[in-house]
Design a binder for this molecule. Sequence first.
Ligand code: BGC
Length: 752
Amino acid sequence: MQIRVLNPCSILLFVAALATTFGSGVATAQNPATQNGAAAQTADRPWMNPQLSPEDRADLVLKQLTLDEKIALLHGNGMAHTPNWQTPLTDLANGGAGYVEGVKRLGIPGLVISDAAYGVRDSGANGRYSTALPSSLGAASSWDIVSACAYGAVIGSELRAQGFNMTLGGGVDLAREPRDGRTFEYAGEDPLLAGTIVGNLMKCEQAQHVVGDIKHYAMNDQETGRNFVNAIISKRGMQESDLLAFHIGISIADPGAVMCSYNRLNGDHACENSYLLHDVLKTQWDFKGFVDSDWGGTHSTEKASAAGLDQEQPMGNHFGPKLREAVDAGRVRLSQIDDHARRVLYAEFLSGIVDDPPQKGVVDVQKGLDVAQHVEENSIVLLKNRGSVLPIVPARVRSIAIIGGHADVGMISGGGSAQVDPPGGNAIMPPGKGASRWQEHVWFPTSPLAALRDKLPHTKITFDPGTDPSSAAKLARNSDLAIVFAYQWESEGMDLPNLSLSDNQDALIEQVAAANPHTVVVLETGSAVTMPWVDKVAGVVEAWYGGSSGHKALANVLVGDVNPSGKLAITFPKSDQDLPHPVIPPLPPHVRAHGADPVNPDTPVASYSVSYTEGAEVGYKWYQTEHKTPLFPFGFGLSYTTFAYSALTIDSSARTARFTVRNTGTRAGTEIAQVYATLPQGSDESWERLAGFARITLAPGKSQTVTVAIDPRVLQTFRESDESWNLASGAYKILVGPSSSNTPLTGSLMIQ
Ligand code: BGC
């Protein structure tokens, strides 16, 4: 049988199925009475006719608006739960991140906005419930657009059930700096993989009728000094890396909004950077939606408006009365205001929130938990499995020591504005605490210990907290198998000092492994970690931040009810020294001492910058160029079965790679086959570029021939002199295999 990856038809069918599953009330599914009402409405409100295009509908509304009504669309009105961001309208934010006034007299709803990176934020403070999906980096490690779509659909439906009609999710900044504290919110280091996963996630989220959003545009690749750091990078370097991820994501999702980021880029803040907003996003990519600033990321009125910022969030400090004054004084043209307002209206019509406003309701909790489990089962990466220590075979393993990581009570999650509140509160805090605080370590009450006991009722399973490594080692010595749970906690607003496990966990693992050769380490991390103990343990499982059903998914993988299939969306280096930047540049001393610019917090600290001299050599491309062998390469992941690759043929005119994958083991399993390309001779680069991939599920002994489209967008090079893309002619080497460092099949693609 032959399959083609990224098949748009199958995606559409799946999205249609999801729309039914999640009960999205699309305009075409309204009952006759509502339709009559709608017909009456369109007589005096022609923009209410859903047959018209979003562009036409936006234009019709725009003609009706006063200048003040237009300007009201261009700024927020405060943020819930944030004392210094309050206005008389903030209550209308519904407990969320923001509220933008609509035009009630014309039937244009306000934007009711919530953060929702891996689930709807602040459900604790708002007395609500939301599902936590696995972290985005985990979902990217599934390389599965169907999982990504289901992920987005759950979030979209839960936003609507809470009364929100706009999401703030869709982080697609590349993991160029793996110590970035938001790495878990993003989708890894490769533009094609990250853009494809986030694009499908956001497409399906917006299909639930919420305004979609992709962020943080752009080069927001570290949190240190994020409000003023000047990211310095060549145009070619950013176009072929981070911007390419955004472009792919935006072209798949067609989101209503793109959020510009806090940092500066080559001198100008991203939210007043005309190259980023006007030249690239709106002109080169023809983005029709609106640009909203990150919260507090607007720094000017005229400059930002001219550069292409459409909406200030969460207040109207620059795009409220000051914008009106600038128009009245002739410093900002009315046509510019019209363009901003039209874009906001367009996004409202495009996303369906005008025709189908959210209805508050009770979410389908079980459905969310099932999707979270399925995504996590596809995301877990088996990194090491010496002597087939996994899956656990109860007949051979009579006793298991579970050690560390609060595995008796739960699993850790990522912090900051992405934080989803766990039902019942933080598993390691006293009961009754509903809401979580900013940058608190939050453990979901998803106990791997309990989940394993459920799966293995006849096995003796004992827990040791791991706080005293010698007591943990003693338990391990007296058990058939030891599983150490290790975590790396991350949050917005801070970076990791390095990629080492904190809290003495390396020493704990060393001592347990010395006591029992059958030691498996389960990692709950937001990014890559270094593993000085890797040669001493038998197994390593990367579970990322597992979400609301992480314990069940993990237990299924550990006992073999699910065969792991995830592959790394980020390289794990041997040491921080192997990264393009051995350390994140330290903040200037006066900022370190005072926490912000003490004189004027809005003044950029001009001297603080980071130079991304590696350009587009992000992740595996960097290690390949530098001839550095990573600990675990991009695209790597094991299975409980084995696969063999054969018979590569390249069709140069169709630009496809065709090859056969065979399951050579004894279990059913899913392989993620990867297609890489190197540019023709004479190019100035030596690294490979991921050009396509396919997930293939095979019964034991079975094989499948697949045809993978080679994506021309990732083969092009960007010419700075005339801002053009060039697909060089010549022979491209095509490499196919199970990871970026193992490509047994090679062929050649000719481009004339
Ligand atoms: C974050 C955004 C977030 C916004 C609203 C900012 O601090 O960078 O990702 O959407 O706050 O909470």
